[in-house]
Design a protein around this ligand. Sequence first.
Ligand SMILES: Nc1ncnc2c1ncn2[C@@H]1O[C@H](COP(=O)(O)OP(=O)(O)O)[C@@H](O)[C@H]1O
Ligand SMILES: [Mg+2]
Length: 238
Amino acid sequence: MAGIELVDVQKRYKVDGKTVQVLSGIHMKVPKESITVILGKSGCGKTTLLRLVGGLEEPDGGEILYGESHRTAFVFQEPRLMPWLNVADNIRFGLKKKEMDPDEIQSIIHTVGLDGFEKAYPSQLSGGMQQRTSIARALAYRPSFIMMDEPFAALDYFTREQMQKELLRVQRIQGASILFVTHSIDEALLLGNKIIIIENGRVKTEFELPKTEKFRNLLDETFIELKRDIIKNLNNDK
Ligand SMILES: Nc1ncnc2c1ncn2[C@@H]1O[C@H](COP(=O)(O)OP(=O)(O)O)[C@@H](O)[C@H]1O
Ligand SMILES: [Mg+2]
């Protein structure tokens, strides 16, 4: 099997003695070498789902099937860099000595557009550059899957747009497999090869997006039509 498959995955939390069923039977496939987006309202269980797929938590029911050995990297909403390490050392952080290839690290730094900033500390970088460093750190780990939890949510409109383009470019170059969580319909449409809508603890709908890149533009007609479809889907609460 290529990728990750979730079969009837359930997750509940106990809060104040009461059980909250967050995920109540998730079935989905996350293919390799593409961007799969999980879209849903705040609090619908997106982060929980990502943590389960990434192995940070165990499901209470169901199964998560990994096709082959998997190595997972995470990019969170905030960069989570080590303030006492410079860009290059932050990127190397988490790698064993034998896994470090200076040429490859340099090529990743180039890919995320941080040439010349190798020695800079996080406090000397803009928010966008810090987030690019955390993406570089994820790539350097050579993961089979990158789990991204609303990584651009804290960025301003222009930086966010630039980062989305950057991510598409990096994904194309590296052929990375990405599971990307967002509550933004626009972001889901700009990035996703597949969009999975989560509602009431279940997969509500899935959209496979056209292979062409042409429609990935907020003003494109196909884009607007897909957006209308998704909004209708999210509003129809039955
Ligand atoms: N560790 C936890 N303990 C108790 N409840 C949790 C925990 N993590 C998440 N939840 C609850 O699960 C629900 C889904 O949370 P989350 O996955 O963070 O949603 P999202 O990322 O879609 O905003 C929320 O109601 C949240 O309060
Ligand atoms: Mg979340």
